[in-house]
Design a protein around this ligand. Sequence first.
Ligand code: PDD
Length: 287
Amino acid sequence: MPRIAYVNGRYVAHSDASVHIEDRGYQFADGVYEVCEVARGYIVDSKRHLDRLDRSLSELRIDWPINRAALVHVMREVVRRNRVRNGLVYLQVTRGVAPRDHFFPAPGTRSALVVTAKRSDPAVLAAKAANGLKVITVPENRWDRVDIKSVGLLPNVLARQQAKEAGAQEAWFVDPDGTVKEGAATNAWIVTKDGVLVTRPADHGILRGITRTTLMEVAQKLGLKVEERGFTVDEAKSAKEAFITAATMVVMPIVAIDGLPVANGHPGSVALSLREAFFDVAEKIQA
Ligand code: PDD
């Protein structure tokens, strides 16, 4: 079955889907994006993802390409046309197509919208969770506005690749004082010896992950305490557990940091129970 993408008002074959060479996303990374999980035929947490999209767009003064209800319709349609029951739906909005110039384009230039969906195998993700992932740490080198979900991800790309080349799957950006910011495409958490979940505050310096927000509700349901405070790499290395969250993987236990095991080097039970409970707590709409 051929994959279908939505590009600026049209559903097209994924293999032929393209945007103009003067799309500002292509030339300036002048755009934002969202990734939603699709699980068991539902789009997960779409409301929170679209609220964050709204915030990213308004921080960058980019107009909504179509209204919110229409965007939800397109997301469902792309998921449906690609027969995705488990996987991801990706959407990207850029400031549109205009002759290359750093100034914003002329008023009336329409923002550009692309929506794609892809399948993933829940069994593969479950196996990854059962084994746990490894992270490396890298110095924070991103701009100050990482709270905006911008498509400008070059430091994230380089950090992830560095992780891969070191035999790990994720890289944690670390501040000069040793505190962990977040992963290249995930938020970072630890579980203390007392069983308290710790994650960095999201007021600035990290992306306020939707999975992170929903996971706080999951923790509450499970009777777990959450503390929003910074933690250092050293604290993470000696924590009871560490894990990461993102729409692409929900919760993934971390079993090693910079080549050293976290606790006994096996996925932690708290991370796994949060992973297990997530779907039931999250908001869902049928695709
Ligand atoms: N990334 N931090 C960063 C830098 C991210 O890029 C992401 C998500 C997160 C987690 O956010 P959420 O829980 O809303 O997925 C945190 C997406 C999935 C990506 O770039 O593929």
